[in-house]
Design a protein around this ligand. Structure first.
Ligand code: 5GP
Length: 246
């Protein structure tokens, strides 16, 4: 994804008003208790955020990771060259085509796709490790990757598509990011129409008019999805323990 760690100043600005808004200042454990009702064990879920570049999903991802210690970001492998400020292993694992081919051949990638002439993929092992520990994984992947996860029948998949409020707004955000040349920005703008045509394949759609409101919407989605009965694997035992006390 775009420089995941870009916009620190922007983040600090957005985090400040959050403190009083909805519990950012609560310890994560308290937050969890509020969200999922306490000690009941649950299965982790795969939260996918997709959008055209510049719609704000990088900031949303950062905010989610800041708020929830129980979410881990899936760091993709890519054959794209690092942008200024991007760090290998944090933003992406930057690898060459030969290594990418080898990972595909070994089945090490949960999904992969070609985007803007480069290849991107999700390493399988870290995702499975996090999910089996009952934690959630956040993915910043495109519609092609989301489609592959859905086709594999992953019932732990929760997909969210982020739309910009307008095209001028999208272009302004791409330019502010100022990490890409004019040609790349033009290419990303023309790709946006194609990206956006996939909105209807997603479980949820959030229009990012104002980042904090969009963030609250994603948190609400997460809270509801975590509460799904089938994800709360410890419910039977919990109810049995309630009944034993009657
Ligand atoms: P960027 O080059 O701006 O970092 O990312 C370009 C696009 O590739 C973004 O839409 C991003 O969501 C997508 N992308 C990043 N990692 C992956 C991945 O592992 N799989 C897929 N399918 N898309 C990815």
């Amino acid at each position: 994804m775009g420089s995941r760690m870009a916009g620190q100043a922007m983040l600090e600005k957005t985090m400040a008003p959050l403190q009083g808004l909805s519990g950012r200042d609560l310890p994560e454990q308290d937050m969890q208790r509020r969200l999922d009702g306490g000690e009941v064990a649950r299965r982790g879920l795969m939260l996918v955020l997709s959008s055209p570049s510049g719609a704000g999903k990088t900031t949303l991802s950062r905010l989610l990771l800041e708020r929830y210690a129980s979410i881990e970001l899936s760091v993709s492998v890519t054959t794209r060259k690092p942008r200024p400020g991007e760090i290998d292993g944090r933003d992406y694992h930057f690898i060459d085509h030969a290594r990418f081919d080898a990972m595909v051949a070994r089945g090490d990638l949960l999904e992969w796709a070609q985007v803007f002439g480069n290849r991107y993929g999700t390493p399988r092992a870290p995702v499975e490790r996090v999910l089996s520990a009952g934690r959630d994984v956040l993915f910043d992947i495109d519609w092609q990757g989301t489609q592959q996860l859905r086709e594999k029948g992953r019932d732990d998949l929760v997909s969210v598509f982020v739309l910009p409020p307008s095209i001028p707004d999208l272009e302004a955000r791409l330019r502010t990011r100022a990490q890409d040349s004019d040609d790349v920005i033009r290419a990303r703008m023309s790709k946006a129409a194609d990206e956006m045509s996939h909105w209807a394949e997603y479980d949820y759609v959030v229009i990012n008019r104002e980042v904090l409101h969009a963030f609250e919407a994603v948190c609400a989605i997460l809270a509801a999805e975590r509460l799904k009965r089938e994800r709360q694997t410890g419910l039977s035992a919990f109810v049995r323990s309630l009944q034993a006390g009657l």
